[in-house]
Design a protein. Structure first.
Length: 246
């Protein structure tokens, strides 16, 4: 099955050992520096619930040189090739996220579709997932338990039980087991691409530390979710030669 076929039917693409060690080593110190500062600035939220930070490229704690290195990584040729084979329309960079384990080791994970947090009605969500393209590129820096996802749900709606679990209704909670769940374990060096619209959850443990890059197919409904502060300035763009940025 080609990459495109696999993504089209399953909603994800797992590419073992996609990265050379030096590619990760180059950006790892930047991510760690960002994370250390984030932990200082968000102590309370980290201790109470947060399992990720975001918007690394807009953060003022990064030096200009570090920010440029991250943009160069994001705009890498091999990502561009994958993106243009997976998303038919013009592709834009949306944002970055860093995922780590919860401070409270008993904190439970949660099945969700990213689209459920947009405020759209269920009916509109059901329509939107048929056409939208929003992709996470998950890049683990530690071997981790990875992501559990329900193949095919990037383009199909939940079974009744799945919706009950995801939306905490009819006596279900979002961390309940779902029989159609498929775990994709990840090792440092791997790349997992998955649709943000599919039903998925993070699996905690092993002191995970993963960078997610998020890209989308340009359309008028998704554009407002792009924060231009996360994108390079026009001066920076000249050095990047990429169509992923505004
Ligand atoms: O890794 C996690 O904890 C959740 C990941 C996730 O939901 C996402 O990337 O959208």
């Amino acid at each position: 099955m080609t990459e495109l076929n696999h993504y089209t039917t399953e909603g994800y693409l797992y590419i073992p050992q996609f990265f050379q060690p030096k590619e990760l080593q180059q950006i790892e110190p930047i991510l760690l520096k960002f994370h250390q500062q984030w932990l200082l600035d968000h102590r309370e939220e980290y201790h109470s619930r947060l399992i990720n930070s975001h918007s690394l490229t807009s953060n003022t704690s990064l030096s200009k040189a570090d920010r440029m290195l991250l943009f160069q990584f994001i705009a890498g040729n091999r990502f561009q090739l994958l993106l243009s084979s997976l998303i038919p329309e013009k592709v834009l960079f949306l944002n970055t996220q860093l995922f780590f384990d919860p401070f409270n080791k008993d904190q439970k994970n949660y099945w969700h579709r990213d689209i459920q947090y947009t405020g759209m009605s269920i009916e509109d969500q059901q329509k939107s997932i048929l056409t939208q393209h929003v992709l996470h590129f998950r890049i683990p820096f530690q071997d981790e338990e990875g992501i559990e996802l329900i193949p095919g749900t990037h383009r199909s709606w939940d079974l009744e039980e799945e919706q009950d679990v995801r939306l905490s209704q009819n006596g279900k909670i979002p961390s309940d087991t779902l029989v159609r769940g498929k775990q994709i374990k990840l090792k440092r060096g791997d790349l997992l691409i998955f649709s943000a619209n599919m039903i998925h959850r993070g699996l905690y443990g092993n002191n995970r530390f993963a960078l997610d890059l998020i890209f989308l197919g340009d359309n008028p409904i998704l554009r407002p979710f792009i924060d231009p502060n996360n994108h390079p300035t026009s001066e920076e763009k000249k050095q990047l030669n990429s169509t992923l940025f505004l």
